[in-house]
Write a protein that binds this ligand. Structure first.
Ligand code: CTP
Length: 319
């Protein structure tokens, strides 16, 4: 395979102009895409200089005890304590230990997935990663249903499950957790203050109902290490999104990485409206300067990697 040795350091070349739509990224050809194994290996090697996703995917039980004080990664002056429940649900070994998969799908939450018919294609991968407990049941034709790893930002409990205010919402949340049977539930509990109670509710439900998920709580160094990797490659992200975090970590476990549902633009290449999330009414907040994310910049970076064959970005309908 052809390798551009400057590929990884030149990622920012066509990534510095942010706009509302897709411009030069509109034509992401999938027919002519071929996997560049050499480049993908090189990226894995470079990422390993900054983090070891096998280790950083979760804090392990042996390293903490109940009552320990943790400083939030983004709110250094605020602290939280390791609760009994959290301690009980810390894994004793990395949930991704010795895992290697040939083809992985990472499913982002963009409305671009609607009417894509990509469900079966997504489910055909060896390992499927989803973000923020996004619903699958009513959308399986477009997004598939298999889930090997799913993330859960604490804010999801509020945004998608009404802060569990009623029995009905608690039931819905529990059902979503129970549907994950056997998969890894990745909870960034120590990133930003404010989510403590929401995490605790989730953990309590998992323990009370012996929900069959393997919980993981990212290491405190993960975010900075991921940001460091991209900064070193001239990609100036403020705070990596869940989707970029998953791609960065997946390079460790996956040979070929396929991304679906990554489209942070309100219009598709044909100029038709695209929902921010395929499943709710949330708006394009990232365009505001207060948002910690730089999604269009991330998207252009991923597009560059797509063109170089390091990953495949699927933005159209599936056959
Ligand atoms: N995503 C995207 N385009 C959108 C929406 C989402 O490319 N219109 C991708 C992003 O990589 C995002 C991931 O899908 O991280 C999951 O979406 P979401 O749940 O909205 O994640 P975040 O917004 O990153 O969550 P948070 O702000 O809580 O980190």
């Amino acid at each position: 395979a052809h390798v551009d040795p400057t590929a990884v350091t030149n990622l920012s070349k066509d990534t510095n102009s942010l706009s509302l739509c897709c411009n030069n990224t509109a034509r992401l050809s999938s027919n002519s895409w071929t996997f560049n194994k050499t480049l993908s290996n090189l990226i894995r090697k470079n990422i390993l200089r900054f983090l070891d996703p096998e280790r950083d995917i979760s804090i392990l039980k042996g390293t903490l005890k109940p009552g320990d004080i943790i400083h939030y990664v983004f709110d250094r002056h605020s602290t939280t304590n390791i609760s009994e429940n959290l301690y009980r649900l810390l894994p004793t070994a990395s949930p991704m230990k010795n895992q290697h998969h040939r083809r992985c799908a990472i499913v982002g939450n963009s409305g671009i997935l609607l009417n894509s018919s990509c469900g079966p294609e997504i489910d055909s991968h060896d390992f499927v990663i989803r973000c923020n407990l996004a619903p699958v049941e009513d959308y399986y034709q477009d997004v598939g249903w298999r889930t090997n790893l799913v993330t859960m930002n604490p804010s999801v409990v509020q945004r998608a499950f009404q802060d569990l205010v009623s029995e009905e919402w608690r039931d819905r949340f529990l059902q979503r957790l129970q549907s994950l049977s056997g998969s890894v539930l990745w909870i960034p509990a120590f990133m930003a203050k404010g989510g403590e109670e929401r995490v605790e509710w989730a953990l309590r439900l998992i323990l009370l109902h012996t929900v069959d998920v393997r919980t993981a709580f990212p290491s405190l160094r993960l975010l900075h290490a991921v940001r460091g990797y991209w900064l070193t490659n001239n990609v100036h992200i403020k705070r990596p999104t869940t989707g970029l975090l998953m791609y960065t970590m997946a390079t460790r476990f996956c040979e070929e990485i396929h991304l679906y549902g990554f489209w942070p633009f309100p219009l598709d290449p044909q100029g038709r409206p695209v929902k921010y999330h395929y499943y709710d009414t949330l708006k394009y907040e990232y365009t505001s300067s207060s948002s910690p994310h730089t999604m269009p910049l991330e998207f252009r970076t991923l597009s560059t990697l797509h063109r170089q064959g390091a990953l495949q970005l699927h933005t159209g309908a599936c056959d």
